[in-house]
Design a protein. Structure first.
Length: 296
């Protein structure tokens, strides 16, 4: 007798052999929270690009088509969720639009969570052509969008320096298609805040996050994965937001404390600050709830 189906995610993101970004940042937390995860790697690198050297391969649109076609021909493409993150080429990103449509034909209830990974702190780290493809072809297909502040600006053309500007930009994103917009981090008036907006409940909710005095790689990928999980697992948007942000904050704090302890022993700063995901298993499954959501 078949057991009740677990939620199943197709996750299309980057892969690194060493460290935690992209699929390496998303898969373990999602599995811990009870999700089956099938990963397609948009790029395969030795390590993330913050190290002095990185080597590897970038998949093209034909590679993606072959993998998805193999799944379809074996009737293995039955997913409750699609999650997309870092994509390195325009042709690959364009092909994702076809994947979304095919998976939604197979399961009209599929939830597509799009993390439009393009850059941060005013710098793009993908080809500029990807922005137009996201705007025209990808964002309109997304149910949930998880940009950072810079990506909100790229997708809307609205410079975000105040809360009213941010609200205007989020409205533009909703108009494009996504029912839920979760801005993983904004820095306005020197405060770090995550903002969540949902059309269904007509709510805009925020959580202020204490600043940790370093920068992390892979934290946005972890945010998108946790938010996907908790929108499925929790009874309310507030609960989903609080579980997501508190888990993420605990993981980052654990990582920061470790990096301080290793300062003298580890010469490569990028290695010191790799996310401590395995060591944070308890924070992912059962985070301490210090940070609380309030209406914006």
């Amino acid at each position: 007798m078949c057991s009740k189906k677990s939620p199943r995610i197709l996750s299309i993101q980057s892969h690194v052999v060493f460290g935690y970004v992209g699929n390496k940042s998303a898969t373990f937390p999602l599995q811990l929270l009870g999700f089956e995860v099938d990963a397609i790697n948009s790029v395969q690198l030795s390590n993330h690009t913050g190290y002095k050297v990185f080597k590897g391969q970038v998949l093209n649109d034909k590679d993606l088509e072959d993998l998805v076609d193999g799944l379809a021909q074996n009737d293995l493409d039955n997913y409750t969720h699609l999650l997309t993150g870092y994509v390195g080429s325009a042709s690959f990103l364009k092909r994702i639009a076809g994947v979304v449509r095919a998976l939604k034909r197979k399961n009209p209830d599929l939830i597509y969570v799009c993390d439009p990974v393009m850059g941060d702190d005013g710098k793009m780290y993908v080809p500029e052509a990807l922005n137009e493809i996201y705007k025209r072809e990808i964002v309109p297909l997304a149910d949930i969008l998880t940009p950072n502040q810079f990506e909100v600006e790229l997708l809307t053309g609205i410079k975000v320096g105040t809360i009213p500007e941010l609200r205007s930009a989020i409205k533009e994103l909703h108009k494009a298609g996504p029912q839920i917009v979760a801005v993983s981090s904004t820095e306005i008036h020197n405060k770090l805040t995550a903002i969540f907006s949902t059309i269904k409940d007509n709510k805009v909710i925020k959580i202020d996050i204490p600043k940790i005095p370093t920068s992390f790689t892979g934290s946005g990928d972890l945010f998108a994965a946790l938010f996907l999980a908790h929108t499925y697992l929790q009874d309310s948007m507030e609960a989903a937001i609080e579980r997501t942000v508190n888990s993420l904050y605990c993981v980052l704090l654990e990582t920061y404390e470790h990096s301080k302890a290793c300062q003298d022993k580890e010469s490569q700063p990028a290695k010191r600050i790799e996310l401590r995901l395995i060591q944070s298993k308890n924070h992912i499954e059962n985070p301490k709830m210090h940070l609380h959501a309030v209406p914006l």
